[in-house]
Design a protein around this ligand. Structure first.
Ligand code: NI
Length: 170
């Protein structure tokens, strides 16, 4: 896909109110609008430019319920990689009680890492980039990314989820 004319957006830093506001859900018709399709492309190149695994629309200043995730296979973070996934209006259902602790960071708080407890398995429902409904189960690192990004869309960041700030590190 040619991305040469697609702009890398500036990522909003922690402290900007847009990261603390709930985002607006979109209808399938809105999702198909050219400006929303362009936003998807811009978020994809921005995520790549910043070497992120996920990005929420409010992280580029747009208060819309949309996130992207993706990771090339072979990464130390998750060997299998994650296909580029576009999710509007995400709804999570946790599967089972199992949780795990692992490190997280955020493009909106550069340099920081902290350990966060997340559910291991979940079912994700939402609309894809064409506005079509989908439902899929995830576990492990991709499930963690989904929880992190869905939090963003509710005005939360991973630091809010940390139960013990002693693991917070540069
Ligand atoms: Ni983040």
């Amino acid at each position: 896909m040619p991305l040469v004319h697609t702009a890398v957006r500036k990522v909003v830093m922690l402290g900007d109110p847009v990261l603390r506001a709930e985002t607006r859900r979109l209808s399938p018709a809105e999702i198909r609008l050219p400006e929303i399709q362009r936003l998807i492309e811009e978020m994809a190149v921005t995520m790549e430019a910043y070497e992120g695994v996920g990005i929420a629309a409010n992280q580029v200043g747009e208060g819309l319920s949309l996130f992207l995730m993706g990771l090339k296979p072979g990464s130390e973070r998750w060997r299998e990689g994650i296909d580029l996934t576009v999710v509007f209006n995400p709804e999570m259902k946790f599967l089972g009680q199992e949780t795990e602790w692992d490190w997280e960071g955020c493009l909106s708080a550069p340099g920081l890492r902290g350990k966060v407890e997340r559910h291991t398995r979940l079912e994700l429902e939402g609309l894809d980039r064409e506005g079509k409904p989908f439902r899929r189960t995830y576990e492990g690192f991709p499930a963690r990314v989904i929880q992190h990004e869905t939090d963003h869309l509710m005005g939360k960041v991973y630091l809010d989820r940390m139960k013990d700030l002693t693991t917070l590190a540069y």
